[in-house]
Write a protein that binds this ligand. Sequence first.
Ligand code: NCD
Length: 493
Amino acid sequence: MASKMASKALPATRHVVSINDLSDKDIETIFDTAQAYLKQLPDKHFNYRIGRSTDVASNHILASLFYEPSTRTRLSFESAMIRLGGQIITSADPATSSAAKGESLADTVRVIANYADIMVIRHPRDGAARLAAEYSPIPVINGGDGSHEHPTQTLCDLFTLKQKNKRLKNLKVAISGDLKGSRTIHSFVYALARFGATIMPMPAKGMELPAHVDQRLREEFGCHMVAVPKGKNDVTGASLDALYVTPEVPHQQSLFAGPEIQRDIGRDNLMAEKKVDALYVTRFQKERYAEKDQAYPRIDRKFLNEPKYSDASVMHPLPRVGELDVDFDSDRRAVYFEQAAYGVPIRMALISLLLGVKGKSLHRFASGFELDEQHLYIQPRSLGIHCCNPNCIVHDPMEANYVRNKFHIVHSKVSGTSRLRCVYCEREIEHFVVASKKNKWYAADPTALQHAADHLKDIVLFADEADAQAAGFHSRRAAAEPRPAKRAGGRAK
Ligand code: NCD
Protein backbone atom coordinates (compact mmCIF):
# COMPACT_ATOMS: atom_id res chain seq x y z
CA MET A 1 0.00 0.00 0.00
CA ALA A 2 1.12 3.52 -0.72
CA SER A 3 1.26 4.60 2.91
CA LYS A 4 3.60 1.71 3.76
CA MET A 5 6.00 2.89 1.03
CA ALA A 6 6.47 6.28 2.70
CA SER A 7 9.92 7.04 4.10
CA LYS A 8 10.35 5.77 7.64
CA ALA A 9 12.00 9.07 8.61
CA LEU A 10 8.79 11.00 8.03
CA PRO A 11 6.09 11.08 10.68
CA ALA A 12 3.06 9.00 9.70
CA THR A 13 0.47 11.04 7.84
CA ARG A 14 -2.44 11.81 10.09
CA HIS A 15 -5.92 11.15 8.67
CA VAL A 16 -9.32 11.83 10.24
CA VAL A 17 -11.73 9.20 8.95
CA SER A 18 -13.58 8.35 12.17
CA ILE A 19 -14.18 10.48 15.24
CA ASN A 20 -12.28 7.69 17.02
CA ASP A 21 -9.15 8.60 15.04
CA LEU A 22 -8.95 11.64 17.31
CA SER A 23 -7.91 11.26 20.92
CA ASP A 24 -9.65 13.24 23.64
CA LYS A 25 -6.56 15.43 23.82
CA ASP A 26 -6.72 16.07 20.07
CA ILE A 27 -10.34 17.19 20.36
CA GLU A 28 -9.44 19.49 23.21
CA THR A 29 -6.62 21.00 21.10
CA ILE A 30 -8.98 21.45 18.12
CA PHE A 31 -11.53 23.23 20.35
CA ASP A 32 -8.91 25.53 21.90
CA THR A 33 -7.61 26.41 18.44
CA ALA A 34 -11.15 26.94 17.07
CA GLN A 35 -11.94 29.19 20.00
CA ALA A 36 -8.95 31.36 19.11
CA TYR A 37 -10.06 31.53 15.46
CA LEU A 38 -13.60 32.33 16.54
CA LYS A 39 -12.41 35.45 18.28
CA GLN A 40 -10.72 36.56 15.08
CA LEU A 41 -13.81 36.15 12.94
CA PRO A 42 -15.57 39.34 11.90
CA ASP A 43 -18.40 39.40 14.43
CA LYS A 44 -19.87 37.18 17.02
CA HIS A 45 -23.28 36.96 15.34
CA PHE A 46 -21.88 34.67 12.66
CA ASN A 47 -22.22 37.27 9.97
CA TYR A 48 -19.26 35.87 8.05
CA ARG A 49 -18.08 38.45 5.58
CA ILE A 50 -15.30 37.68 3.10
CA GLY A 51 -12.00 38.43 4.70
CA ARG A 52 -8.92 36.47 5.73
CA SER A 53 -8.33 35.84 9.37
CA THR A 54 -4.72 34.72 9.14
CA ASP A 55 -2.13 33.65 6.58
CA VAL A 56 -0.69 30.62 8.38
CA ALA A 57 -1.59 28.31 5.48
CA SER A 58 -0.50 30.65 2.69
CA ASN A 59 1.79 27.99 1.21
CA HIS A 60 -0.83 25.26 1.24
CA ILE A 61 -3.65 23.99 -0.94
CA LEU A 62 -6.78 22.13 0.16
CA ALA A 63 -8.42 19.78 -2.35
CA SER A 64 -12.15 19.06 -1.96
CA LEU A 65 -13.12 15.81 -3.59
CA PHE A 66 -16.89 15.46 -3.41
CA TYR A 67 -18.74 12.56 -5.01
CA GLU A 68 -22.02 13.44 -3.24
CA PRO A 69 -23.99 16.67 -2.85
CA SER A 70 -22.86 19.11 -0.18
CA THR A 71 -23.37 22.74 0.80
CA ARG A 72 -22.14 23.20 4.38
CA THR A 73 -19.30 20.71 4.54
CA ARG A 74 -17.58 21.64 1.29
CA LEU A 75 -18.11 25.39 1.49
CA SER A 76 -17.15 25.64 5.15
CA PHE A 77 -13.95 23.65 4.49
CA GLU A 78 -13.16 25.94 1.56
CA SER A 79 -14.04 29.08 3.53
CA ALA A 80 -11.85 27.81 6.38
CA MET A 81 -8.87 27.28 4.07
CA ILE A 82 -9.30 30.73 2.50
CA ARG A 83 -9.50 32.29 5.97
CA LEU A 84 -6.23 30.52 6.81
CA GLY A 85 -4.66 32.26 3.81
CA GLY A 86 -4.51 29.02 1.79
CA GLN A 87 -5.81 28.10 -1.66
CA ILE A 88 -8.44 25.56 -2.70
CA ILE A 89 -9.00 23.23 -5.64
CA THR A 90 -12.37 21.55 -6.02
CA SER A 91 -13.85 18.51 -7.68
CA ALA A 92 -17.48 18.66 -6.68
CA ASP A 93 -19.26 16.87 -9.49
CA PRO A 94 -18.35 13.24 -10.20
CA ALA A 95 -19.92 13.61 -13.64
CA THR A 96 -17.16 16.06 -14.61
CA SER A 97 -14.27 14.21 -12.96
CA SER A 98 -12.35 11.19 -14.24
CA ALA A 99 -14.58 9.00 -12.07
CA ALA A 100 -17.03 9.31 -14.99
CA LYS A 101 -14.38 7.66 -17.18
CA GLY A 102 -13.98 4.83 -14.68
CA GLU A 103 -10.98 6.04 -12.67
CA SER A 104 -10.65 4.45 -9.23
CA LEU A 105 -10.65 6.45 -6.03
CA ALA A 106 -7.26 4.95 -5.18
CA ASP A 107 -5.70 6.42 -8.35
CA THR A 108 -7.53 9.73 -7.98
CA VAL A 109 -6.24 10.41 -4.47
CA ARG A 110 -2.65 9.57 -5.45
CA VAL A 111 -2.87 12.09 -8.27
CA ILE A 112 -4.49 14.77 -6.12
CA ALA A 113 -1.76 14.32 -3.49
CA ASN A 114 0.61 15.91 -6.02
CA TYR A 115 -1.63 18.96 -6.40
CA ALA A 116 -2.64 19.66 -2.80
CA ASP A 117 -1.34 19.38 0.77
CA ILE A 118 -4.53 18.15 2.42
CA MET A 119 -7.82 16.81 1.10
CA VAL A 120 -11.41 16.44 2.24
CA ILE A 121 -13.45 13.71 0.65
CA ARG A 122 -17.17 12.88 0.55
CA HIS A 123 -18.34 9.66 -1.06
CA PRO A 124 -21.57 7.61 -1.22
CA ARG A 125 -19.78 4.37 -0.25
CA ASP A 126 -19.21 3.43 3.40
CA GLY A 127 -15.48 3.17 4.07
CA ALA A 128 -14.39 5.20 1.00
CA ALA A 129 -12.51 7.70 3.15
CA ARG A 130 -10.47 4.92 4.80
CA LEU A 131 -9.53 3.58 1.37
CA ALA A 132 -8.52 7.10 0.27
CA ALA A 133 -6.41 7.44 3.41
CA GLU A 134 -4.63 4.15 2.70
CA TYR A 135 -3.45 5.46 -0.63
CA SER A 136 -2.85 9.09 0.26
CA PRO A 137 0.50 10.49 1.39
CA ILE A 138 -1.28 13.74 2.43
CA PRO A 139 -3.86 14.03 5.25
CA VAL A 140 -7.36 12.86 4.29
CA ILE A 141 -10.36 14.24 6.16
CA ASN A 142 -13.64 12.36 5.90
CA GLY A 143 -16.42 14.76 4.88
CA GLY A 144 -18.99 11.92 5.08
CA ASP A 145 -18.73 8.39 3.65
CA GLY A 146 -22.04 6.68 2.93
CA SER A 147 -23.85 6.04 6.19
CA HIS A 148 -20.59 5.32 8.03
CA GLU A 149 -19.28 8.50 9.71
CA HIS A 150 -18.97 12.28 9.47
CA PRO A 151 -16.39 13.18 12.12
CA THR A 152 -16.02 16.90 11.39
CA GLN A 153 -19.79 17.40 11.76
CA THR A 154 -19.41 15.81 15.19
CA LEU A 155 -16.65 18.27 16.04
CA CYS A 156 -19.08 21.11 15.19
CA ASP A 157 -21.83 19.43 17.21
CA LEU A 158 -19.65 18.91 20.28
CA PHE A 159 -18.25 22.42 20.03
CA THR A 160 -21.83 23.78 19.94
CA LEU A 161 -22.75 21.71 23.00
CA LYS A 162 -19.68 22.95 24.81
CA GLN A 163 -20.41 26.60 23.93
CA LYS A 164 -23.97 26.22 25.22
CA ASN A 165 -23.40 24.08 28.29
CA LYS A 166 -19.82 25.06 29.18
CA ARG A 167 -19.10 21.36 29.60
CA LEU A 168 -19.38 18.13 27.66
CA LYS A 169 -19.37 15.51 30.31
CA ASN A 170 -22.56 13.95 31.62
CA LEU A 171 -24.91 15.75 29.24
CA LYS A 172 -28.27 14.24 28.38
CA VAL A 173 -28.74 14.24 24.61
CA ALA A 174 -31.83 12.96 22.76
CA ILE A 175 -31.24 11.93 19.14
CA SER A 176 -34.23 11.78 16.84
CA GLY A 177 -35.12 10.49 13.38
CA ASP A 178 -33.00 8.37 11.07
CA LEU A 179 -30.42 6.92 13.44
CA LYS A 180 -29.73 4.09 11.00
CA GLY A 181 -28.76 6.00 7.86
CA SER A 182 -27.33 9.20 9.41
CA ARG A 183 -23.54 9.17 9.40
CA THR A 184 -23.61 12.29 11.57
CA ILE A 185 -25.33 10.27 14.30
CA HIS A 186 -22.80 7.44 14.21
CA SER A 187 -19.81 9.72 14.82
CA PHE A 188 -21.82 11.74 17.34
CA VAL A 189 -22.90 8.84 19.58
CA TYR A 190 -19.36 7.49 19.88
CA ALA A 191 -18.17 10.94 20.95
CA LEU A 192 -21.06 11.45 23.35
CA ALA A 193 -20.34 8.10 24.96
CA ARG A 194 -16.67 8.99 25.29
CA PHE A 195 -17.65 12.12 27.19
CA GLY A 196 -19.99 10.28 29.50
CA ALA A 197 -23.23 11.66 27.98
CA THR A 198 -26.53 9.91 28.39
CA ILE A 199 -27.89 9.19 24.92
CA MET A 200 -31.64 8.99 24.47
CA PRO A 201 -32.42 7.37 21.10
CA MET A 202 -35.74 8.43 19.53
CA PRO A 203 -35.60 6.61 16.20
CA ALA A 204 -38.19 6.82 13.46
CA LYS A 205 -39.81 3.42 12.99
CA GLY A 206 -37.33 0.98 11.47
CA MET A 207 -34.47 3.51 11.67
CA GLU A 208 -32.86 2.45 14.94
CA LEU A 209 -29.13 2.68 15.56
CA PRO A 210 -27.38 -0.02 13.51
CA ALA A 211 -26.67 -3.18 15.51
CA HIS A 212 -22.89 -2.80 15.18
CA VAL A 213 -22.96 0.79 16.49
CA ASP A 214 -25.27 -0.16 19.36
CA GLN A 215 -23.11 -3.17 20.25
CA ARG A 216 -19.94 -1.10 20.15
CA LEU A 217 -21.46 1.57 22.41
CA ARG A 218 -22.29 -1.09 24.97
CA GLU A 219 -19.17 -3.23 24.73
CA GLU A 220 -16.40 -0.71 24.10
CA PHE A 221 -17.79 2.57 25.34
CA GLY A 222 -19.40 1.30 28.54
CA CYS A 223 -23.02 2.22 27.69
CA HIS A 224 -25.98 0.52 29.33
CA MET A 225 -29.61 0.73 28.32
CA VAL A 226 -32.18 1.95 30.83
CA ALA A 227 -35.90 2.55 30.29
CA VAL A 228 -37.13 6.12 30.69
CA PRO A 229 -40.86 6.93 31.06
CA LYS A 230 -42.36 8.14 27.79
CA GLY A 231 -43.66 11.73 27.71
CA LYS A 232 -47.19 12.33 26.42
CA ASN A 233 -46.04 14.51 23.51
CA ASP A 234 -43.53 12.03 22.16
CA VAL A 235 -44.52 11.64 18.55
CA THR A 236 -41.84 9.21 17.47
CA GLY A 237 -43.74 6.15 18.56
CA ALA A 238 -40.48 4.80 19.98
CA SER A 239 -39.85 4.08 23.62
CA LEU A 240 -37.54 6.61 25.21
CA ASP A 241 -34.91 4.25 26.43
CA ALA A 242 -31.54 5.77 27.13
CA LEU A 243 -27.99 4.62 26.80
CA TYR A 244 -26.14 5.83 29.81
CA VAL A 245 -22.47 5.50 30.43
CA THR A 246 -20.76 3.88 33.33
CA PRO A 247 -18.35 6.56 34.51
CA GLU A 248 -15.86 4.00 35.81
CA VAL A 249 -14.59 3.46 32.25
CA PRO A 250 -11.21 5.27 32.40
CA HIS A 251 -11.21 7.00 28.99
CA GLN A 252 -14.43 8.80 29.81
CA GLN A 253 -12.89 10.54 32.77
CA SER A 254 -10.03 12.09 30.86
CA LEU A 255 -11.77 14.66 28.68
CA PHE A 256 -12.42 17.94 30.44
CA ALA A 257 -12.51 16.04 33.68
CA GLY A 258 -12.42 18.38 36.60
CA PRO A 259 -12.80 17.79 40.30
CA GLU A 260 -16.55 18.10 39.89
CA ILE A 261 -16.79 14.98 37.69
CA GLN A 262 -20.00 13.22 38.52
CA ARG A 263 -19.30 9.66 39.48
CA ASP A 264 -22.70 8.60 40.60
CA ILE A 265 -24.70 9.03 37.40
CA GLY A 266 -26.88 6.00 37.04
CA ARG A 267 -30.34 4.73 36.64
CA ASP A 268 -31.74 6.51 39.70
CA ASN A 269 -30.31 9.89 38.75
CA LEU A 270 -31.44 9.47 35.20
CA MET A 271 -35.01 8.80 36.24
CA ALA A 272 -35.05 11.61 38.79
CA GLU A 273 -33.60 14.29 36.52
CA LYS A 274 -35.62 14.16 33.34
CA LYS A 275 -34.45 17.38 31.67
CA VAL A 276 -32.76 16.98 28.34
CA ASP A 277 -29.72 19.19 27.54
CA ALA A 278 -29.99 18.83 23.77
CA LEU A 279 -32.28 17.35 21.15
CA TYR A 280 -30.49 16.40 17.92
CA VAL A 281 -32.83 16.14 14.94
CA THR A 282 -31.90 14.43 11.65
CA ARG A 283 -33.53 14.19 8.25
CA PHE A 284 -34.63 10.93 6.62
CA GLN A 285 -31.58 9.92 4.54
CA LYS A 286 -33.72 8.94 1.59
CA GLU A 287 -30.75 8.51 -0.75
CA ARG A 288 -29.70 5.48 1.36
CA TYR A 289 -33.01 3.59 1.17
CA ALA A 290 -34.89 1.83 -1.63
CA GLU A 291 -38.22 2.85 -0.05
CA LYS A 292 -38.35 6.66 -0.42
CA ASP A 293 -41.62 7.40 1.41
CA GLN A 294 -41.53 6.39 5.03
CA ALA A 295 -43.35 7.66 8.11
CA TYR A 296 -41.10 10.18 9.82
CA PRO A 297 -41.42 12.21 13.05
CA ARG A 298 -41.82 15.96 12.83
CA ILE A 299 -40.45 18.11 15.61
CA ASP A 300 -42.41 21.31 16.26
CA ARG A 301 -43.23 23.77 19.05
CA LYS A 302 -45.88 21.48 20.48
CA PHE A 303 -43.41 18.63 20.79
CA LEU A 304 -40.86 20.97 22.35
CA ASN A 305 -43.38 22.27 24.90
CA GLU A 306 -42.78 19.10 26.90
CA PRO A 307 -41.17 20.36 30.18
CA LYS A 308 -38.11 18.15 29.77
CA TYR A 309 -37.12 20.17 26.67
CA SER A 310 -37.56 23.57 28.35
CA ASP A 311 -33.79 24.23 28.32
CA ALA A 312 -32.75 21.86 25.57
CA SER A 313 -30.62 23.13 22.69
CA VAL A 314 -32.31 21.99 19.50
CA MET A 315 -29.65 20.84 17.05
CA HIS A 316 -29.68 19.65 13.43
CA PRO A 317 -26.71 19.01 11.10
CA LEU A 318 -28.85 20.45 8.25
CA PRO A 319 -30.17 20.34 5.59
CA ARG A 320 -33.69 19.99 7.01
CA VAL A 321 -36.51 18.97 4.73
CA GLY A 322 -39.63 19.26 6.86
CA GLU A 323 -38.77 17.25 9.98
CA LEU A 324 -38.02 20.41 12.01
CA ASP A 325 -40.64 23.13 11.85
CA VAL A 326 -39.39 26.54 10.59
CA ASP A 327 -41.69 28.23 13.12
CA PHE A 328 -39.20 27.14 15.74
CA ASP A 329 -36.31 29.13 14.22
CA SER A 330 -36.88 32.20 16.39
CA ASP A 331 -36.95 30.17 19.61
CA ARG A 332 -33.96 30.75 21.93
CA ARG A 333 -33.36 26.99 21.98
CA ALA A 334 -32.80 26.76 18.20
CA VAL A 335 -29.04 26.49 17.67
CA TYR A 336 -28.77 24.79 14.27
CA PHE A 337 -27.62 27.81 12.28
CA GLU A 338 -25.02 28.58 14.91
CA GLN A 339 -23.96 24.91 14.76
CA ALA A 340 -23.42 25.25 10.99
CA ALA A 341 -21.53 28.52 11.48
CA TYR A 342 -19.04 26.83 13.82
CA GLY A 343 -18.06 24.72 10.81
CA VAL A 344 -15.62 27.44 9.76
CA PRO A 345 -13.54 27.91 12.95
CA ILE A 346 -13.64 24.16 13.68
CA ARG A 347 -12.39 23.29 10.18
CA MET A 348 -9.81 26.11 10.30
CA ALA A 349 -8.50 24.51 13.48
CA LEU A 350 -8.46 20.98 12.07
CA ILE A 351 -6.78 21.98 8.79
CA SER A 352 -4.10 24.10 10.46
CA LEU A 353 -3.33 21.43 13.05
CA LEU A 354 -3.14 18.63 10.48
CA LEU A 355 -0.88 20.75 8.29
CA GLY A 356 1.24 21.55 11.32
CA VAL A 357 1.11 25.29 10.61
CA LYS A 358 -0.50 26.26 13.87
CA GLY A 359 0.72 25.52 17.36
CA LYS A 360 0.99 21.88 18.24
CA SER A 361 0.83 19.57 15.26
CA LEU A 362 -1.52 16.63 15.05
CA HIS A 363 0.88 14.88 12.70
CA ARG A 364 1.71 12.17 15.13
CA PHE A 365 -1.11 9.91 16.09
CA ALA A 366 -1.63 10.59 19.75
CA SER A 367 -3.24 8.00 21.95
CA GLY A 368 -6.48 7.85 19.98
CA PHE A 369 -9.29 5.67 21.17
CA GLU A 370 -8.12 2.20 20.46
CA LEU A 371 -9.45 -1.22 21.14
CA ASP A 372 -7.64 -3.18 23.81
CA GLU A 373 -6.95 -6.02 21.47
CA GLN A 374 -7.06 -5.53 17.77
CA HIS A 375 -5.58 -7.68 15.06
CA LEU A 376 -5.77 -7.35 11.34
CA TYR A 377 -6.83 -10.14 9.00
CA ILE A 378 -6.21 -9.53 5.28
CA GLN A 379 -8.17 -11.77 2.99
CA PRO A 380 -6.43 -13.55 0.10
CA ARG A 381 -7.75 -12.13 -3.19
CA SER A 382 -9.29 -15.24 -4.64
CA LEU A 383 -11.22 -16.80 -1.76
CA GLY A 384 -12.79 -16.32 1.66
CA ILE A 385 -15.24 -14.08 3.47
CA HIS A 386 -16.46 -10.66 2.25
CA CYS A 387 -17.69 -7.61 4.10
CA CYS A 388 -21.41 -8.07 4.86
CA ASN A 389 -22.29 -4.48 3.92
CA PRO A 390 -23.25 -4.25 0.24
CA ASN A 391 -22.55 -0.50 0.26
CA CYS A 392 -18.99 -0.92 1.54
CA ILE A 393 -16.21 0.41 -0.69
CA VAL A 394 -14.75 -3.12 -0.90
CA HIS A 395 -17.71 -4.03 -3.14
CA ASP A 396 -17.23 -1.11 -5.53
CA PRO A 397 -16.26 -2.65 -8.90
CA MET A 398 -14.16 0.44 -9.71
CA GLU A 399 -11.92 -0.30 -6.71
CA ALA A 400 -11.68 -4.07 -7.25
CA ASN A 401 -7.96 -4.03 -8.06
CA TYR A 402 -7.09 -1.69 -5.20
CA VAL A 403 -8.94 -2.98 -2.18
CA ARG A 404 -8.90 -6.24 -0.24
CA ASN A 405 -11.40 -7.53 2.30
CA LYS A 406 -9.69 -6.65 5.58
CA PHE A 407 -11.00 -7.10 9.09
CA HIS A 408 -9.99 -6.08 12.56
CA ILE A 409 -10.48 -9.00 14.90
CA VAL A 410 -12.37 -7.76 17.90
CA HIS A 411 -12.45 -9.91 21.02
CA SER A 412 -15.52 -9.10 23.05
CA LYS A 413 -14.92 -9.15 26.77
CA VAL A 414 -18.68 -9.22 27.29
CA SER A 415 -19.61 -12.30 25.26
CA GLY A 416 -16.13 -13.87 25.13
CA THR A 417 -16.49 -14.29 21.37
CA SER A 418 -14.54 -12.81 18.46
CA ARG A 419 -16.04 -10.70 15.68
CA LEU A 420 -14.72 -9.43 12.38
CA ARG A 421 -14.94 -5.67 11.89
CA CYS A 422 -14.45 -4.43 8.33
CA VAL A 423 -11.48 -2.05 8.30
CA TYR A 424 -13.34 0.27 5.89
CA CYS A 425 -17.03 0.46 6.88
CA GLU A 426 -16.68 -1.06 10.40
CA ARG A 427 -19.69 -3.39 9.99
CA GLU A 428 -19.24 -6.58 11.97
CA ILE A 429 -19.57 -10.30 11.25
CA GLU A 430 -20.21 -12.69 14.12
CA HIS A 431 -20.50 -16.01 12.33
CA PHE A 432 -17.70 -17.43 10.20
CA VAL A 433 -15.49 -20.49 9.94
CA VAL A 434 -11.73 -20.52 10.48
CA ALA A 435 -9.60 -22.57 8.10
CA SER A 436 -5.92 -23.50 8.16
CA LYS A 437 -4.18 -22.87 4.82
CA LYS A 438 -1.57 -25.49 5.60
CA ASN A 439 -3.75 -28.36 6.78
CA LYS A 440 -6.82 -27.55 4.70
CA TRP A 441 -8.99 -27.95 7.83
CA TYR A 442 -11.68 -25.64 9.00
CA ALA A 443 -13.37 -25.16 12.37
CA ALA A 444 -16.98 -24.01 12.30
CA ASP A 445 -16.65 -22.53 15.77
CA PRO A 446 -15.55 -18.85 15.53
CA THR A 447 -13.79 -19.12 18.92
CA ALA A 448 -11.10 -21.07 17.01
CA LEU A 449 -9.97 -17.63 15.88
CA GLN A 450 -8.73 -16.82 19.37
CA HIS A 451 -6.18 -19.62 19.07
CA ALA A 452 -5.15 -18.44 15.61
CA ALA A 453 -4.85 -14.75 16.55
CA ASP A 454 -1.06 -14.81 16.36
CA HIS A 455 -0.98 -16.71 13.07
CA LEU A 456 -3.41 -14.74 10.95
CA LYS A 457 -1.29 -15.19 7.82
CA ASP A 458 -1.78 -18.96 8.10
CA ILE A 459 -5.57 -18.94 8.09
CA VAL A 460 -8.46 -18.17 5.75
CA LEU A 461 -11.88 -17.13 7.02
CA PHE A 462 -15.05 -18.27 5.24
CA ALA A 463 -18.65 -17.13 5.63
CA ASP A 464 -19.87 -20.71 6.22
CA GLU A 465 -18.96 -24.37 5.94
CA ALA A 466 -20.33 -24.66 2.41
CA ASP A 467 -17.93 -21.95 1.19
CA ALA A 468 -15.00 -23.61 2.97
CA GLN A 469 -15.86 -26.99 1.45
CA ALA A 470 -16.29 -25.48 -2.01
CA ALA A 471 -12.74 -24.12 -1.68
CA GLY A 472 -11.42 -27.63 -0.87
CA PHE A 473 -11.26 -27.42 2.95
CA HIS A 474 -12.68 -30.10 5.23
CA SER A 475 -14.01 -30.10 8.77
CA ARG A 476 -11.39 -30.41 11.51
CA ARG A 477 -13.78 -32.66 13.41
CA ALA A 478 -13.85 -35.09 10.48
CA ALA A 479 -10.08 -34.77 10.08
CA ALA A 480 -9.52 -35.63 13.73
CA GLU A 481 -11.36 -38.94 13.40
CA PRO A 482 -9.22 -42.11 13.32
CA ARG A 483 -7.47 -42.56 10.00
CA PRO A 484 -7.01 -45.79 8.05
CA ALA A 485 -3.80 -47.65 8.97
CA LYS A 486 -2.05 -46.94 5.68
CA ARG A 487 -2.07 -43.21 6.46
CA ALA A 488 -0.53 -43.58 9.92
CA GLY A 489 2.75 -41.73 10.24
CA GLY A 490 1.66 -39.26 7.59
CA ARG A 491 0.94 -35.59 8.12
CA ALA A 492 -1.99 -36.07 10.43
CA LYS A 493 -1.29 -35.03 14.03
C1 NCD B 1 -25.16 15.87 6.77
C2 NCD B 1 -24.52 14.83 5.87
O1 NCD B 1 -24.16 15.11 4.74
O2 NCD B 1 -24.35 13.72 6.35
N1 NCD B 1 -25.02 17.17 6.27
C3 NCD B 1 -23.95 17.91 6.66
O3 NCD B 1 -22.83 17.61 6.31
N2 NCD B 1 -24.18 18.93 7.47
C4 NCD B 1 -26.55 15.53 7.18
C5 NCD B 1 -27.55 15.22 6.10
O4 NCD B 1 -27.28 15.27 4.92
O5 NCD B 1 -28.68 14.93 6.50
